[in-house]
Write a protein that binds this ligand. Structure first.
Ligand code: 5GP
Length: 188
Protein backbone atom coordinates (compact mmCIF):
# COMPACT_ATOMS: atom_id res chain seq x y z
CA UNK A 1 0.00 0.00 0.00
CA UNK A 2 1.89 3.02 -1.34
CA UNK A 3 0.38 5.65 0.98
CA UNK A 4 1.32 3.63 4.06
CA UNK A 5 4.77 2.88 2.72
CA UNK A 6 5.47 6.59 2.17
CA UNK A 7 4.18 7.43 5.66
CA UNK A 8 6.44 4.82 7.27
CA UNK A 9 9.45 6.20 5.40
CA UNK A 10 8.49 9.76 6.33
CA UNK A 11 7.42 9.39 9.98
CA UNK A 12 8.62 5.95 11.15
CA UNK A 13 11.60 5.73 13.49
CA UNK A 14 14.04 2.86 13.96
CA UNK A 15 15.03 1.57 17.37
CA UNK A 16 17.71 -0.98 18.31
CA UNK A 17 16.58 -4.59 18.31
CA UNK A 18 14.51 -4.32 15.14
CA UNK A 19 11.76 -2.11 16.54
CA UNK A 20 9.93 0.32 14.29
CA UNK A 21 8.26 3.21 16.08
CA UNK A 22 5.14 4.52 14.35
CA UNK A 23 3.66 6.31 17.34
CA UNK A 24 2.96 9.56 15.48
CA UNK A 25 0.30 7.91 13.24
CA UNK A 26 -0.58 4.38 14.49
CA UNK A 27 0.52 3.47 18.01
CA UNK A 28 0.03 6.62 20.11
CA UNK A 29 -1.21 9.56 18.07
CA UNK A 30 -3.44 8.03 15.38
CA UNK A 31 -4.29 9.24 11.89
CA UNK A 32 -7.94 8.29 11.29
CA UNK A 33 -7.77 9.24 7.61
CA UNK A 34 -4.87 6.85 7.08
CA UNK A 35 -6.65 4.24 9.24
CA UNK A 36 -9.69 4.56 6.98
CA UNK A 37 -7.57 3.89 3.89
CA UNK A 38 -5.90 0.97 5.71
CA UNK A 39 -9.31 -0.53 6.46
CA UNK A 40 -10.40 -0.11 2.83
CA UNK A 41 -7.28 -1.93 1.71
CA UNK A 42 -7.87 -4.82 4.13
CA UNK A 43 -11.44 -5.12 2.83
CA UNK A 44 -10.17 -5.19 -0.77
CA UNK A 45 -7.63 -7.90 0.06
CA UNK A 46 -10.24 -10.13 1.69
CA UNK A 47 -13.00 -9.48 -0.85
CA UNK A 48 -15.15 -12.55 -1.48
CA UNK A 49 -14.04 -14.28 1.73
CA UNK A 50 -16.77 -15.29 4.17
CA UNK A 51 -16.33 -13.10 7.28
CA UNK A 52 -18.89 -12.32 9.98
CA UNK A 53 -16.66 -10.87 12.69
CA UNK A 54 -13.43 -8.90 13.13
CA UNK A 55 -11.11 -9.95 15.97
CA UNK A 56 -8.02 -8.19 17.30
CA UNK A 57 -5.83 -7.93 20.41
CA UNK A 58 -5.75 -4.85 22.59
CA UNK A 59 -4.53 -2.22 22.41
CA UNK A 60 -3.01 -1.26 19.06
CA UNK A 61 -5.16 -3.57 16.93
CA UNK A 62 -8.40 -1.96 18.08
CA UNK A 63 -8.22 1.16 15.89
CA UNK A 64 -7.76 -0.62 12.54
CA UNK A 65 -10.17 -3.40 13.58
CA UNK A 66 -13.00 -1.02 14.48
CA UNK A 67 -12.50 0.82 11.19
CA UNK A 68 -12.75 -2.46 9.23
CA UNK A 69 -15.77 -3.51 11.30
CA UNK A 70 -17.46 -0.17 10.68
CA UNK A 71 -16.93 -0.30 6.92
CA UNK A 72 -17.99 -3.97 6.70
CA UNK A 73 -20.83 -3.42 9.19
CA UNK A 74 -19.60 -6.32 11.32
CA UNK A 75 -19.01 -6.72 15.07
CA UNK A 76 -15.49 -6.33 16.44
CA UNK A 77 -14.12 -8.33 19.40
CA UNK A 78 -10.78 -7.71 21.05
CA UNK A 79 -8.74 -10.27 22.95
CA UNK A 80 -8.07 -8.88 26.44
CA UNK A 81 -4.69 -8.73 28.11
CA UNK A 82 -6.17 -8.69 31.63
CA UNK A 83 -8.62 -11.32 32.86
CA UNK A 84 -11.83 -9.63 34.02
CA UNK A 85 -13.45 -11.32 37.04
CA UNK A 86 -16.84 -11.15 35.34
CA UNK A 87 -16.02 -12.75 31.98
CA UNK A 88 -18.23 -15.73 31.12
CA UNK A 89 -16.93 -18.83 29.32
CA UNK A 90 -13.38 -17.56 29.21
CA UNK A 91 -10.85 -18.99 26.76
CA UNK A 92 -7.20 -18.22 27.55
CA UNK A 93 -3.80 -18.61 25.97
CA UNK A 94 -0.26 -17.43 26.72
CA UNK A 95 1.44 -14.91 24.41
CA UNK A 96 5.03 -13.76 24.44
CA UNK A 97 5.35 -10.01 23.97
CA UNK A 98 8.15 -9.02 21.62
CA UNK A 99 8.26 -5.37 22.64
CA UNK A 100 7.91 -5.99 26.41
CA UNK A 101 9.87 -9.30 26.45
CA UNK A 102 7.49 -11.12 28.79
CA UNK A 103 4.71 -13.71 28.68
CA UNK A 104 1.17 -12.78 29.48
CA UNK A 105 -2.15 -14.61 29.55
CA UNK A 106 -4.76 -13.21 27.16
CA UNK A 107 -8.44 -14.06 27.12
CA UNK A 108 -11.64 -13.86 25.12
CA UNK A 109 -15.16 -14.96 25.96
CA UNK A 110 -16.38 -18.05 24.14
CA UNK A 111 -19.71 -16.17 23.94
CA UNK A 112 -18.13 -13.90 21.30
CA UNK A 113 -15.98 -16.47 19.51
CA UNK A 114 -18.14 -19.43 18.60
CA UNK A 115 -18.10 -22.34 16.11
CA UNK A 116 -20.46 -20.28 13.90
CA UNK A 117 -17.92 -17.47 13.46
CA UNK A 118 -15.73 -16.84 10.42
CA UNK A 119 -13.24 -14.32 11.71
CA UNK A 120 -10.83 -11.86 10.18
CA UNK A 121 -7.96 -11.18 12.61
CA UNK A 122 -6.46 -7.68 12.37
CA UNK A 123 -3.35 -6.35 14.15
CA UNK A 124 -0.88 -3.49 13.83
CA UNK A 125 2.38 -5.48 13.52
CA UNK A 126 3.48 -8.94 12.49
CA UNK A 127 6.92 -9.60 13.98
CA UNK A 128 7.68 -13.14 15.22
CA UNK A 129 4.00 -14.05 15.07
CA UNK A 130 3.56 -14.74 18.80
CA UNK A 131 0.38 -12.70 19.23
CA UNK A 132 -1.07 -14.26 16.07
CA UNK A 133 -0.12 -17.77 17.25
CA UNK A 134 -2.03 -17.05 20.46
CA UNK A 135 -4.98 -16.10 18.28
CA UNK A 136 -4.68 -19.40 16.35
CA UNK A 137 -4.84 -21.24 19.67
CA UNK A 138 -8.01 -19.32 20.64
CA UNK A 139 -9.47 -20.12 17.19
CA UNK A 140 -8.84 -23.83 17.82
CA UNK A 141 -10.29 -23.74 21.34
CA UNK A 142 -13.42 -21.92 20.21
CA UNK A 143 -14.03 -24.00 17.09
CA UNK A 144 -14.46 -20.88 14.93
CA UNK A 145 -13.10 -20.56 11.39
CA UNK A 146 -10.17 -18.28 10.61
CA UNK A 147 -10.84 -16.48 7.32
CA UNK A 148 -7.52 -14.65 7.37
CA UNK A 149 -5.04 -12.46 9.21
CA UNK A 150 -4.35 -8.85 8.23
CA UNK A 151 -1.44 -6.80 9.54
CA UNK A 152 -0.73 -3.13 8.91
CA UNK A 153 3.04 -3.64 9.03
CA UNK A 154 4.97 -6.90 8.64
CA UNK A 155 8.61 -7.07 9.62
CA UNK A 156 9.70 -9.73 7.14
CA UNK A 157 13.08 -10.29 8.81
CA UNK A 158 11.38 -11.69 11.92
CA UNK A 159 9.68 -14.64 10.18
CA UNK A 160 6.18 -14.47 11.67
CA UNK A 161 4.56 -15.05 8.28
CA UNK A 162 6.31 -18.41 7.80
CA UNK A 163 5.06 -19.73 11.14
CA UNK A 164 1.49 -18.62 10.48
CA UNK A 165 1.38 -19.95 6.91
CA UNK A 166 2.72 -23.29 8.14
CA UNK A 167 -0.36 -23.40 10.38
CA UNK A 168 -2.55 -22.83 7.32
CA UNK A 169 -3.38 -19.16 7.92
CA UNK A 170 -3.82 -16.69 5.07
CA UNK A 171 -1.65 -13.66 5.83
CA UNK A 172 -2.01 -10.20 4.27
CA UNK A 173 0.14 -7.25 5.28
CA UNK A 174 -0.16 -3.75 3.87
CA UNK A 175 3.49 -2.74 4.20
CA UNK A 176 6.45 -5.09 4.42
CA UNK A 177 9.61 -3.90 6.15
CA UNK A 178 12.61 -5.92 4.96
CA UNK A 179 15.29 -4.39 7.13
CA UNK A 180 15.76 -2.02 10.07
CA UNK A 181 19.47 -2.53 10.69
CA UNK A 182 21.81 0.48 10.80
CA UNK A 183 18.74 2.55 11.72
CA UNK A 184 17.61 2.61 8.11
CA UNK A 185 14.04 1.65 7.21
CA UNK A 186 13.85 -0.56 4.12
CA UNK A 187 10.27 -1.01 2.90
CA UNK A 188 9.56 -3.52 0.12
P1 5GP B 1 4.67 -10.69 17.36
O1 5GP B 1 3.69 -11.25 18.34
O2 5GP B 1 4.30 -10.91 15.93
O3 5GP B 1 6.09 -11.11 17.66
O4 5GP B 1 4.66 -9.13 17.61
C1 5GP B 1 3.49 -8.44 17.31
C2 5GP B 1 3.08 -7.50 18.39
O5 5GP B 1 4.19 -6.89 19.03
C3 5GP B 1 2.25 -6.40 17.76
O6 5GP B 1 0.92 -6.54 18.18
C4 5GP B 1 2.86 -5.11 18.26
O7 5GP B 1 2.06 -4.58 19.26
C5 5GP B 1 4.20 -5.49 18.85
N1 5GP B 1 5.32 -5.18 17.96
C6 5GP B 1 6.17 -6.06 17.36
N2 5GP B 1 7.13 -5.44 16.68
C7 5GP B 1 6.89 -4.12 16.81
C8 5GP B 1 7.57 -2.96 16.32
O8 5GP B 1 8.58 -2.99 15.61
N3 5GP B 1 7.01 -1.76 16.65
C9 5GP B 1 5.90 -1.66 17.42
N4 5GP B 1 5.43 -0.44 17.67
N5 5GP B 1 5.25 -2.73 17.91
C10 5GP B 1 5.73 -3.96 17.61
Amino acid sequence: MELLKQRILQDGRCYPGGILKVDSFINHQMDPMLMYRIAEEFIKRFEGVKINKIVTIEASGIAPAIMVGFLMQLPVVFVKKKKPKTMENMLTTVVHSFTKDRDYTVCISNNFLTPDDHILFIDDFLAFGNAALGMLDLVKQSGCTLAGMGFIIEKAFQDGRKILEEQGARVESLAIVDDLSDCKIVVR
